[in-house]
Ligand binder design. Structure first.
Ligand SMILES: [Zn+2]
Length: 345
């Protein structure tokens, strides 16, 4: 890209100007850190920025990353031998995701080798909070005595979940949710869609641009969301028997598909949050613009305190399930705890 007669770098990351400036300044001044920690919600752009950094470190042009040279293109296509992503694996027994000691040892072995085709080896650790304790302690050794020509990029949603000994050895860049206006602008530039649909997706994304791209690219995502919200609405409007049927079905699913249950509970949480905004006279802050009628019914039937209490109950259920409490018990308890406002049509 040419700007005012000079080459300008091409960053594929949307937003996050502050983090990009920091990286560019470090590159110019030859002060690239041997380890970065990118902290922010999932799908906010952490992986995009990590790959941009990998391109910048290996780019052949004057204003890196150019996005177009052979090095940049190989990173973009996932073919660059010196750029590797370490992602969590499901443990077979518990179905929990983690990054274990074997993966870290393999990374360390590779990190000790010279770059194969580029200038710099970049290891991206996606989900650094999922390093097992043993793996994290082993990783410390690499962070303490980093091999030259190696940059580690740790991605995490919660920096506090990492060992302080790890965070203190990384340069932390915080990635905040993007403004809704920026998300909808990007969506309008890249996708066909009515302004209303784009606006709703942008709001729902909560500033997580990756989620927004996914929602536009897979219309199924929005349809499935609408289906689940219908199921939630039915359970909310029903008596205990129907509610327990709902929690039973959901609990059965927990054994094989934890992510599904986590997502369902996040929808419950979103519903109560929206209801509270509605109750407080701030409907413009709600995410589900298409559910205004239900929100109105809840707001008419429950006090702000009751709505807040319901949100807390959902959050406690999410925490309990993470702690491996029996899903059936946890979800039945939730069904009992949620208010049963009379929601006549
Ligand atoms: Zn390049």
């Amino acid at each position: 890209m040419v700007e005012n007669g000079h080459q300008a770098p091409t960053w594929f990351t949307v937003g996050h100007a502050k983090a990009i400036n920091t990286l560019q300044r470090s590159q110019r001044e030859g002060r690239i850190s041997h380890a970065y920690l990118l902290v922010g919600p999932t799908q906010v752009g952490r992986m995009s920025l990590a790959l941009d950094l990998a391109r910048m470190l290996n780019c052949l042009e004057q204003a890196p990353p150019c996005g177009e040279c052979s090095q940049c293109v190989r990173v973009t296509r996932g073919l660059h031998a010196d750029v590797q992503v370490l992602a969590p694996n499901a443990e077979q027994r518990s179905n929990r995701f983690s990054i274990g000691i074997d993966a870290v040892r393999e990374l360390q072995r590779e990190a000790s080798l010279r770059p194969f085709e580029g200038r710099c080896r970049v290891f991206i650790i996606d989900g650094a909070e999922l390093l097992t304790e043993e793996a994290a302690n082993s990783m410390l050794k690499t962070l303490e005595e980093p091999p030259s020509q190696v940059v580690l990029v740790l991605l995490a949603s919660d920096g506090d979940a990492l060992l302080p000994t790890i965070t203190s050895r990384c340069q932390t860049l915080e990635l905040r949710p993007l403004p809704t206006a920026l998300v909808s602008k990007e969506l309008s530039n890249r996708y066909e869609g009515s302004p209303q649909d784009i606006e709703e997706v942008a709001r729902l994304s909560g500033g997580r641009i990756g989620w927004a791209f996914q929602a536009m690219a897979e219309p199924d995502l929005m349809e499935r969301r609408a289906e689940r919200l219908d199921a939630i609405e039915t359970a909310l409007r029903s008596g205990l028997e129907e509610r327990f049927r709902y929690s039973g079905t959901l609990a059965a699913r927990a054994a094989s598909d934890r992510a599904f249950v986590r997502l369902e509970l996040s929808l419950w949480l979103e519903l109560w949050r929206d209801a509270l905004f509605f109750r407080e006279g701030l409907p413009e802050l709600t995410t589900s613009q298409s559910r205004q009628r239900l929100l109105q019914l809840i707001a008419d039937a429950a006090s702000s305190a009751e709505i807040a209490h319901a949100a807390v109950a959902v959050q406690e259920t999410i925490d309990n399930l993470e702690r491996n409490v029996n899903p059936r018990l946890a979800l039945d308890d939730l069904m009992l705890a949620l208010p049963r406002p009379r929601l006549e049509v």
